[in-house]
Design a protein around this ligand. Structure first.
Ligand SMILES: Cc1cc2nc3c(=O)[nH]c(=O)nc-3n(C[C@H](O)[C@H](O)[C@H](O)COP(=O)(O)OP(=O)(O)OC[C@H]3O[C@@H](n4cnc5c(N)ncnc54)[C@H](O)[C@@H]3O)c2cc1C
Length: 305
């Protein structure tokens, strides 16, 4: 029986792990992999204090190395279920079961899918949710990025290192990326922005060869020949395994007490991108991981002896 189990190896979970170990809690951190969204970030992080410019991959390596210096058990698995058991919790990960007095869920968010015909069929055959993982494969090919927010533009900027031409398709009448991000992307000279574009289908044979979209202004259907489609339309909380024990808001984010990150189930905390917190950033995820670990420590001291 652990005092505390933390789920997730992103900024929230890692920070929670460091704090929990320093409070002397017998802690396990269970994660599919380290890094979360940060590991897949295509351009440098420039807003985490202490590092004026650092790649997401390097920052997360530093986080992980800090965590590994603590007295904490690290288990590389995917948690499939959390149940209430007596005063504590029972977690299932693969064929294994783990028990803890308190749990912090910090499983972050997954890319939001497009849900158009062809998307599922061509995953790994031209459809990608991670430019840093897959970008180099599209060397010298024309690609499309779906989504005109910061993530879409950053993805296009990263892809411009490899490909000659990138379409950015934005559903709205204007792109949402910050001006500075837009300018850097446009300076590459390789990007064509198409607004009022509603993606209808991804087509191909063995691999993607085109996309079909509706021009929402003219109502005409158009086709673009592309070999890659990078999906950047936001994220959705990764919370399926905990849904019986928490309440959600209309965006499927877990409702928590802002001061402690505690959910409606006493002893179950939710920190980072998966909760109702408005600003989803590395530093806010770290802050919530710290809060949740300290609150879990107090909970364990008071309730779970
Ligand atoms: C493209 C992009 C660019 C960004 N750029 C910036 C930036 O420049 N600056 C900034 O401050 N923020 C940025 N962000 C936001 C930042 O990355 C997130 O706010 C932050 O990563 C959230 O951390 P988290 O720990 O809550 O979740 P995540 O980073 O999503 O980590 C979740 C972790 O949980 C694990 N996990 C998920 N499900 C399970 C399960 N069932 N069992 C076990 N483990 C599981 C995952 O493997 C992962 O390790 C960016 C995000 C994106 C998508």
């Amino acid at each position: 029986m652990y005092d505390l189990i933390i789920i997730g190896g992103g900024p929230a979970g890692i920070t929670a792990g460091i704090y929990a170990a320093r409070q002397g809690l017998k802690t396990a951190l269970i994660t599919k992999e380290f890094g979360g969204q940060l590991a897949k970030k295509a351009v440098d992080v420039e807003n985490y204090p202490g590092f004026e410019k650092i790649s997401g991959q390097d920052l997360i390596k530093k986080f992980e190395s800090h965590l590994r210096k603590q007295d904490i058990e690290i288990i590389k698995k995917e948690v499939g279920k959390i149940e209430k058991k007596g005063k504590g919790f029972l977690l299932t990960a693969g064929n294994d079961k783990y028990q803890a007095k308190a749990v912090i869920v910090s499983s972050g968010a997954d890319p939001r899918p497009l849900e158009v015909p062809g998307e599922k069929e061509f995953i790994g055959k031209g459809v990608s949710y991670c430019s840093i993982c897959d970008g180099p494969v599209f060397r010298e090919k024309t690609v499309a990025v779906i989504g005109g927010g910061n993530a879409g533009f950053e993805t296009a900027m990263f892809l411009s290192n490899y490909v000659p031409k990138i379409y950015i398709l934005e559903y709205g009448s204007e792109v949402e990326a910050h001006k500075a991000v837009q300018e850097s992307a446009e300076n590459t000279g390789k990007i064509e922005i198409i607004t009022n574009a509603s993606l209808k289908e991804i087509k191909g044979d063995k691999m993607v060869n085109s996309i079909v979209y509706e021009d929402l202004k003219t109502k005409k259907t158009k086709t673009l020949e592309v070999k890659g489609v990078f999906v950047e339309i936001g994220t959705q909380p990764a919370t399926a395994f905990v849904k019986e024990l928490v309440d959600f808001n209309e965006r499927d984010e877990i409702k928590v007490e802002p001061e402690t990150c505690e959910t409606r189930t006493p002893g179950l905390f939710a920190a980072g991108d998966l909760n109702i917190g408005k600003y989803k950033q590395i530093i806010t995820a770290c802050g919530e991981g710290a809060k949740a670990a300290l609150a879990a420590y107090e909970y364990i001291k008071k309730n779970a002896k």
